[in-house]
Design a protein around this ligand. Structure first.
Ligand code: GLU
Length: 503
């Protein structure tokens, strides 16, 4: 059978970027092995359930290019309240892929376990359970169910009386989790709780649901964060009790900050949406996440990989055994490199939403604006770390600038009168140039500086201030060309008035 892996998010919030790294490993493994990557929505926690996160999760996966081969179908998505369900419906032979639609499977498995003696009914009240826990906490005992109902005779709790179904965990012996990355992890059965499998409202707990679903969906490899290891023996016991074959477990080390501390937010970014809004490119983030805890080979220095290369070279058995450090510097660097590798037209297209977000470009973007956007994109390509930086670099192209103050207009080591004369000469030249492209502008303005006996720097500085009201901008000649002759001259004229008044 071919490899089948899954991403099984709980729609209680957006997955943390560290977990998204694990999704990337699942996806790469499936693609590398020619297998299937399955999306399953684990919505059994009805208290923390936030239906809108289903859509956000699917949007994030799509944006990162993590397509799924099987997942919720149209009807399931409609019932889950997803807007535009037709855009996300995939379906598949092992559905439904939303757990709240699979309650009968869990009930059946739980009843089978009761019949075979591997599980039992329990009608302890929440108050009693709390008293037990309190006692255990007070006496520094492990906090777990005290097995009160474990040995009640059959018939003492009727199936129609409110109750839960609990796992009858063995009291002696050991349970071993065979893990592809960690090796064998051994647990004493006496420490395994008689876990609730089915709640009194008919919903399963995660432990039962995940086993039933992974089995029915024929998942071959469970690849997830190693914070799930401690509860895995419960699931190993459930598989055994149901007589089902275990999947291969592969618990990958967590993502931390450099130095091992808990992964912290920077500028609010810990979910895909946040990285997307901040202006990271999906291909850069994907590349970065794939290398968090995995590398293609000893001594391999390569950092930039195409998606195809990553698929080809990914090897689950080379995933590191130690935690992976999330370096924002490396991500910024990768993002910058990726931005610089884009064709200018493509970059302009990717920048449009960020200009729109900053209120600089209307939505939809008018066709008449596109030539200017295409001219601006290469000017900022070298300078952007993230796409959202574009607003700050380019706002003066889109909106009127404040007329610069005289102190910013006076050139370095020049007087007001000299600065005025230089800007007047430049104005004359720009008005008469036959062509207003960057090459012509550069040649003629450098020529003008020489003929005025000035260094190019101060002259270009005055023009830069006049047309942008900023000291640092994208390259000036391209900026003038993109701004156009008419707007450039109008701004220079306004600056001339300021200089005239001061000279
Ligand atoms: N629903 C679980 C979660 O939210 C899935 C864990 C697993 O992969 O087994 O993380």
């Amino acid at each position: 059978m071919s490899v089948r892996v899954r991403f099984a998010p709980s729609p209680t919030g957006e997955p943390h970027i560290g977990n998204v790294r694990t999704v990337v490993f699942n996806w790469l493994f499936a693609r590398k092995m020619g297998g299937q990557f399955i999306l399953r929505i684990e919505d059994t926690d009805r208290v923390r359930y936030k239906p809108q996160t289903i859509q956000t999760i699917m949007d994030g996966l799509r944006w990162l290019g993590l397509d799924w081969d099987e997942g919720p179908g149209l009807e399931e998505l409609v019932r889950s309240g997803v807007e535009r369900p037709e855009d996300y419906a995939v379906g598949g032979p092992a559905g439904p892929y939303v757990q709240s639609e699979r309650l009968s499977f869990y009930r059946e498995a739980a009843e089978t376990l009761v019949r075979s003696g591997h599980a039992y009914r329990c009608n302890c009240s929440p108050e009693r359970l709390e008293q037990v826990r309190e006692y255990q906490r007070e006496h520094k005992l492990p906090v777990m169910y005290d097995r009160h109902c474990r040995d009640l005779g059959s018939g003492e709790i009727a199936p129609d009386e409110p109750h839960v179904i609990r796992l009858r965990a063995p009291l002696t012996g050991q349970t071993v989790v065979h893990d592809l990355i960690k090796g064998d992890v051994v647990f004493d059965n006496a420490e395994i709780d008689d876990q609730v499998l089915l709640k009194s409202d008919g919903f399963p707990t995660y432990h039962l649901a995940v086993v039933v679903d992974d089995h029915h969906m024929q998942i071959t490899h469970v690849i997830r964060g190693d914070d799930w290891i401690p509860s895995t023996p419960k699931r190993v016991l459930i598989y055994g009790a149901l007589g089902w074959a275990l999947p291969d477990y592969c618990h990958v080390p967590l993502v931390t900050m450099p130095g091992g501390k808990k992964l912290a937010k920077r500028e609010g970014a810990t979910s895909i949406t946040e990285f997307r809004t901040a202006g990271y490119l999906p291909e850069a983030l994907f590349n970065f996440l794939a290398l968090l805890g995995w590398s293609p080979g000893e001594g391999d220095e390569q950092e930039i990989f195409s998606r195809g290369e990553l698929i080809e070279r990914f090897d689950l058995f080379r995933v590191s055994r130690s935690s992976a450090a999330f370096s924002y510097e490396k991500l910024d660097w990768l993002n910058g490199v990726t931005i610089r590798s884009l064709p200018a037209d493509e970059l302009a297209n990717r920048l449009i939403p960020f200009w729109q977000q900053a209120g600089l470009v209307p939505t939809p973007c008018p066709d008449s604006m596109r030539p200017m956007l295409r001219a601006i994109a290469p000017l900022v390509q070298e300078r952007l770390k993230v796409l959202s930086d574009v607003a700050e670099w380019t706002d003066f192209f889109f909106k009127d600038i404040e007329v610069p103050g005289v102190e910013t207009l006076v050139g370095k080591k020049l007087t007001e009168a000299e600065s005025l004369a230089a800007l007047q000469a430049a104005r004359g030249l720009l008005a008469d140039l036959e062509s207003f492209d960057a090459g012509t502008l550069e040649q003629s303005l450098r020529g003008l500086a020489a003929s005025l006996g000035l260094k190019a720097g101060p002259l270009l500085g005055i023009i830069r201030q006049a047309v942008t009201n900023k000291a640092v901008t994208p390259p000036l000649f391209g900026t003038l060309a993109a701004l156009g002759r008419e707007r450039s001259l109008a701004r220079i004229d306004a600056a001339l008035v300021v200089l005239q008044a001061a000279a």
